[in-house]
Design a protein around this ligand. Structure first.
Ligand code: MSP
Length: 624
């Protein structure tokens, strides 16, 4: 089995994870799932970058030691990936002993080879990017002011690798994707490379140099330390290294750290006489409604929060589908909801439900005896469409990959509309069954392409179709004449229930001053979406004596609503009861929990009473 390494960058622990980090990690997770289904043995690596001046300063600000602070934030990253169901194989911390030893081993190797020498670094340094900016008071990457540095330092002979680097990119034109990024790197190298300072003496939060050098003031430059995670995690420098995975390494990085990977990392690998990566996949940045995410603007979005509101798969699908991988993308909740409803609810979700509905006259039983007799040309067309997907994925055009996959679902829906199998079931049942089996077969084949993007729902779809998503089955299912065997399909839950558009609409602050009287227009009233729902779960909220966390079924859509009724109702007394709630308020977070609406109640001298319909109403029934 071919071994492979797929990596994300290791994330700085100066701050909590945000949407951009989740994006990189989703891409890596998707690629792991894809390549595993193609029978590759993938090692998916992620982790945290914990040394350097930036982290030391952040820790100090929080009154913690750098290690305490790094440990705390590193755990936040792990929790985030667990919540988002990221299936990584190893989480490296650059403070791990094994990593530190590997870095010292590599330092020694380069030193003995003559690639490292001692000198004085005089120049400018950007703490935010942890990069040396030659003769520049402003960092060319992040535009923040740099600081003057003059310190004794060990240098790596980067200049000696200039021609070797150019030669590598000449011989491997696809080593960096998208191609525009490769061209950027090549012109940068052609301008000439300076030797790189790889130790620092002005602070101590870093990996010590090998003991025999007796240089207690020096610590390893954070980028040399960090980049080596890609091999230290495979056991580099030890007897039981699993370096086989590194023969086919795929690094996913954001555009801001292209140079560190495309130049420094390749030169370090050459110096260490290790194989060079197969591909560096460079993605763009997410902005929020057109604005760069930044703490000072206060628009930093966290993936876990978004996934709690819209669902992990809605977020994952949106990020992978919306923007071409190499370009910047703009995030907005409305765009996410619109895309989810159009692609997942209306196109794919509907198709699945229609298939089930159309099989009802046949007692849910599917069989493929006459499929090719009636639909061989359509079969061939859809098969060719699925076969055309792979190159998009190899070129990392994930948005195109998904667009083309969706053409199959759109074609299935269009064929149902055209052939009207509900009518055919009466006049030509063989043909109706042939069409349903064709569609079920292509849903089964598509599941192998869909799984990497929507793992949870695709697993349910596959189970429904009695398909097990293994690499052996992928080969068998993609045969040109494969048809699903006879099977009986049980009812399937709605996999992609529509998201509420109103929920994602930004609320404008009122421009007019409040009116003297308190009457409202009828249109104002119609804006309120008040619905009946049944409480299916009620729990106390930790650290609050007022709040209960309610899970309420509004007819296919279960919402979590926090309500300040804990002093008036016990959780046990509420389960199974119907209530009325305002459901189109923007989601709000309280004590770390998202609340998606407001339960209505009346208060009087006797206390608080929940409002409930006079007699049982359907969940989701509108109040007006
Ligand atoms: N620690 C270094 C990487 C060392 S790898 C050997 C680092 N860490 S980071 O936490 O600052 O960034 C990690 C990744 O997140 C980068 O790939 C970066 O591009 C990505 N993103 C940070 N903000 C982003 C967006 N707004 N949008 C998309 N990704 C962005 O750099």
């Amino acid at each position: 089995m071919q071994k492979m390494l797929i990596s994300t960058p290791i994330y700085y622990v100066n701050d909590a994870p945000h949407l951009g980090h989740a994006y990189t990690t989703f891409i890596a997770d998707m690629l792991k799932k894809h390549h595993s289904l193609r029978a590759k043995e993938v090692f998916f690596l992620t982790g945290t970058d914990e040394h350097g001046q930036k982290i030391a300063l952040s820790a100090n600000k929080h009154g913690l030691s750098p290690l305490e602070y790094a440990t705390k934030i590193s755990q936040v990253f792990r929790d985030e990936w667990d919540f988002l169901k990221i299936d990584y194989d190893h989480f490296v911390r650059t403070t791990d002993k094994a990593h530190e030893q590997a870095v010292q081993h590599a330092f020694d190797f380069m030193l003995q080879k003559g690639d490292i020498y001692k000198g004085i670094y005089e120049g400018d340094y950007c703490v935010s990017c942890e990069s040396f900016a030659t003769n520049s008071t402003i960092c060319p990457d992040c535009n923040r002011p740099t600081t003057k540095v003059a310190e004794e330092s060990y240098f790596f002979r980067l200049s000696a690798y200039q021609d070797k680097l150019l030669d590598f990119y000449e011989k491997h034109p696809n080593a960096i994707l998208p191609l525009s990024r490769r061209n950027e790197v090549v012109s940068f190298i052609k301008q000439g490379l300076y030797d790189l300072s790889i130790t620092r003496t002005s602070f101590s939060w870093g990996i010590a140099l090998p003991k025999h050098l007796n240089e207690p003031r020096h610590v390893v430059y954070v980028w040399l330390d960090a980049l080596l995670n890609y091999v230290s995690s495979l056991g580099y420098g030890t007897d039981n290294a699993k370096m086989g995975h590194f023969n086919h390494a795929l690094h996913i990085v954001g555009k801001d750290i292209l140079r560190f990977h495309a130049i420094y990392w390749v030169a370090f690998l050459m110096s260490l006489e290790l194989p060079l990566f197969k591909q560096l996949c460079v993605h763009g940045w997410w902005t929020i409604e057109g604005v760069k995410m930044s703490k000072s603007i206060g628009n930093v979005l966290n993936a876990k929060d978004l996934a709690s509101i819209y669902g992990i798969e809605a977020l994952r699908y949106f990020l992978l589908r919306e923007a071409p991988l190499g370009q910047d993308g703009d995030f907005s909740a409305q765009a996410l909801v619109r895309r989810f409803n159009a692609d997942l609810s209306n196109t794919l979700g509907n198709l699945i439900q229609r298939l089930f509905g159309l099989l009802k006259p046949f007692g849910g039983k599917l069989e493929s005896t006459h499929t090719l007799e009636f639909y061989a040309p359509l079969y061939a067309e859809w098969q060719a469409q699925l076969e055309s997907l792979e190159p998009y994925l190899c070129d990392l055009q994930l948005h195109r990959y998904l667009e083309e996959l969706w053409r199959v679902f759109e074609a299935c829906n269009a064929t149902i509309a055209k052939e009207q199998p509900w009518a055919l079931a009466k006049t030509n049942p063989q043909k109706a069954m042939a069409l349903l089996s064709l569609i079920a077969t292509f849903l089964a084949k598509s599941a192998f392409y869909l799984y990497p993007v929507l793992p949870e729902s695709t697993a349910k779809l596959a189970k429904w179709l009695h398909v097990s998503l293994t690499s052996e089955n992928f080969k068998a299912f993609m045969q040109k004449d494969f048809l699903l065997p006879a099977l009986e399909l049980a009812p399937i839950e709605a996999l992609y229930p529509k998201l509420d558009e109103a929920q994602a609409t930004p609320q404008e602050s009122p421009k007019d001053p409040p009116k003297e009287d308190h009457t409202i227009q009828f249109e104002d009233f119609t804006k309120l979406d008040i619905q009946v729902g049944t409480i299916i779960k009620a729990e106390r909220v930790a650290k609050s004596d007022k709040l209960l966390c309610l899970k309420i079924d509004f007819g296919g859509r279960v919402r979590q609503i926090l309500s300040g009724i804990a002093k008036h109702y016990t959780p046990e007394s509420l389960e199974g009861k119907q209530v009325c709630a305002l459901v189109n308020l923007p989601p709000r977070k309280m004590l770390g929990l998202v609340s998606e609406g407001m339960v209505l109640s009346a208060s009087d001298a006797g206390g608080l009473k929940l409002i409930t319909p006079f007699s049982t109403a359907e969940n989701g029934a509108k109040i007006g």
